[in-house]
Design a protein around this ligand. Structure first.
Ligand code: BTN
Length: 270
């Protein structure tokens, strides 16, 4: 994709107006963080066909299929407090879901920001911050989304848990147009956050949640526990009622929705 070709048909105010399309890089998040050091403007897009060190949440890696998926990062300079930054990630999950819905799909959001189709992951989001510049903290919003891959395109280890737009719908999608639509949605939901309209994000997130109301296993680096996911709070933390009725606020880690019942006992996972 060339930048001038990409701008045609783009309906955003700033997202993607400055753009870098790379064939191969280690991680688009790193490139965007470097551009932040150089003072690149808000909305700068870094897109790559392939990443040699694509990063996921919780130290995981992220695989991109050249020509069939999208891996990109957007540089943001939000006027927000540190504790408000997770709001951007939840807003981005809503934006991805809305874009897929625009293509007649029915995505769900698994807390905090995995997008699922048919219960399998189609998109992951990784938000990172860089060092302050002129008193502002840059935020890089990294999005990896599976579009036109067939099952065989996925590494064996994730074939059972990952999906793509194509795998789920039987339809191929134009990646350039999809990216333009996604940037439009990402910009809109990002503005809800910076304009202090996060309750709107929460409402949209809750409607699409695959997590709320379910028995879940919460897996964190130092512990795991079972409970019932009851809500997300006004900061985007997951509220999980454990087996002794206490509601725990979960701000990091992963959740797995369980098909089994909440186990009796102390609620601690093995
Ligand atoms: C996750 O689900 O764990 C998050 C995956 C995020 C992957 C994207 S791809 C573009 C950007 N660059 C990276 O290295 N990671 C993000």
């Amino acid at each position: 994709m060339r930048s001038n070709h990409f701008l045609k048909g783009l309906r955003t105010r700033s997202f993607g107006h400055s753009a870098l399309f790379l064939k191969k890089t280690e991680s688009t998040n790193d490139v965007a963080l470097q551009l932040a050091r150089d003072g690149a403007p808000e909305g700068t897009l870094v897109n790559a066909e392939s990443q040699t060190k694509g990063r996921g949440r919780m130290g995981r890696s992220w695989a991109t299929t050249p020509g069939k998926s999208l891996a990109f990062s957007i540089l943001l300079w939000p006027r927000l407090r540190n504790e408000e930054l997770p709001e951007i990630t939840l807003a981005a999950a809503v934006a991805v879901a809305r874009t897929l819905e625009g293509h007649r799909l029915k995505p769900r959001i698994k807390w905090p920001n995995d997008i699922l189709l048919d219960g399998k992951k189609v998109c992951g989001i990784l938000t990172e911050t860089g060092p302050k510049k002129d008193k502002m903290v840059p935020v890089v919003l990294g999005v990896g989304i599976n579009l036109n891959q067939a099952g065989a395109d996925f590494p064996k280890e994730i074939r059972g848990t990952a999906t793509s737009f194509y795998r789920s719908s039987g339809r191929k999608v134009d990646r350039r147009i999809f990216l333009q639509k996604l940037l439009f949605q990402l910009e809109e939901t990002y503005h809800w956050v910076v304009e202090r309209r996060f309750p709107k994000v929460l409402g949209e997130w809750r409607k699409r949640s695959s997590t709320l109301g379910h028995q879940v296993k919460v897996v964190q680096p130092h512990r795991s526990f079972y409970g019932q996911a009851v809500d997300i709070d006004e900061k985007g933390a997951l509220l999980v009622r454990n087996d002794i009725g206490q509601v725990e606020r979960v701000t990091s880690g992963d959740v797995e929705a369980l098909k089994i019942h909440f186990p009796p006992g102390n609620g601690k996972a093995k």
